[in-house]
Design a protein around this ligand. Structure first.
Ligand SMILES: *Cc1c(COP(=O)(O)O)cnc(C)c1O
Length: 352
């Protein structure tokens, strides 16, 4: 069997939820498990995070799957219904829509039983949400709809993880929200960790639950988070390059001295980033070393010149336990979110 494997630590997920809980104070936690729980598996992650107060997903299929496993807690639909039919299904499944656009308000007519809704306002990200200028009119309209039970006010931050912070958005949103006397949901992972004033009634942690840092300048370990996914494989071939010889497609790595190379059973078709340059960190037999040359579809190469005991069958960690996914993401010019979500269906997954 091809040796690549993603091992998912249920204990790490539960631990990271506790970290979120500690930071969130009294706020209730909607664990964000969209995109197959950032690649970790929807149902297993929901089980591991059973102590959450609710969950947030994107697709109705994800919500159906959670209800089928017997999960009765609130499920927030992060972009609300995509068509009128979905709105009526929300009613049967008791889902909580985010309502962000006028066309969704029209679909409320199709709801049989009153639903709790999150009313999303655009406070500066300019992606989804009603304009703050329309606040009074929208709120007055939604509050009196017979199909609406509890209204929660929601917004999303564009720069909670960056130096710019949240004040430029939070100030305007808060000005309006403080008079409305309704529950509020604003904080993602970065705001949970950095901006307690945004916690309010419901927080929405995503990336931190998976053990990755939302910040470029603070590591997951410094935040007390544990990696939930470890992507592992093995060396399946060893080569020795002489000075002047090159490696892989494009011969982008050229040896200037004798170089011992391990070929690892992991490539971009497994979800490893093709943009990872020579020098991307990787663990072989527990030793930190570097990738060499271009990542190909099913394989990549590592420098084992300084790891004499390494050979065919030596264990390799691509990211996770012992090697933060954030470091690999940085070397590939991306963020951990993209790497975790891109784990390919062909990679076997094992729960730990
Ligand atoms: C994905 C998402 C989150 C979670 O964000 P993280 O940065 O992963 O914590 C929170 N809120 C909304 C609206 C989202 O789409």
């Amino acid at each position: 069997m091809r040796p690549i494997l993603a091992s998912i630590s249920l204990a790490a997920l539960a631990h990271n939820l506790e970290v979120a809980r500690r930071h969130a104070g009294g706020a209730k936690i909607l664990s964000v498990i969209k995109a197959n729980a950032y690649g970790h598996g929807l149902n297993r992650t929901a089980r591991a995070l059973a102590a959450s107060d609710g969950f947030a997903v994107l697709n109705i299929e994800e919500a159906v799957s959670l209800r089928q496993m017997g999960m009765e807690k609130p499920i927030l639909m992060l972009e609300g219904p995509f068509d009128a039919e979905e709105m009526s299904a929300y009613s049967e499944l008791n889902l909580t829509p985010v309502l962000h656009s006028p066309h969704q308000l029209e679909w409320l007519r199709l709801v049989a039983e009153p639903l709790n809704v999150f009313l999303k306002f655009n406070s500066g990200m300019n992606r989804l949400g009603f304009s703050l200028a329309d606040w009074e009119a929208i709120l007055a309209h939604v509050k009196v709809q017979p199909q609406v039970a509890q209204v929660t006010l929601m917004t999303h931050f564009a720069t909670a993880d960056e130096e710019l912070g949240i004040d430029w958005q939070w100030h305007h949103f808060q000005e309006k929200a403080k008079d409305a006397c309704l529950p509020v949901s604003a904080a993602n992972s970065a705001a949970i960790l950095r901006y307690p004033e945004t916690h309010n009634e419901w927080v929405r942690p995503g990336i931190m639950l998976y053990g990755s840092s939302p910040f470029a300048d603070v590591s997951a370990a410094e935040l007390g988070l544990k990696p939930a996914m470890t992507l592992k494989s093995e060396i399946i071939s060893v080569q020795t390059l002489k000075p002047g010889e090159g490696l892989g497609y494009g011969l982008t790595f050229m040896a200037d001295e004798e170089t011992r190379i391990g070929i690892v059973a992991c490539g971009y078709a497994d979800g490893y980033p093709r943009h990872a340059q020579t020098g991307t960190p990787i663990l072989v037999s527990g030793h930190r070393t570097r990738t060499l040359g271009r990542v190909s579809m099913d394989m990549l190469a590592v420098d084992i010149s300084n790891i004499p005991e390494a050979g065919v069958g030596s264990p390799v960690v691509l990211w996770g336990e012992g090697l933060p996914v954030d470091e690999v993401a940085r070397a590939a010019g991306t963020v951990s979110y993209e790497l975790l979500c891109a784990l390919a269906p062909r990679v076997a997954v094992r729960e730990e």
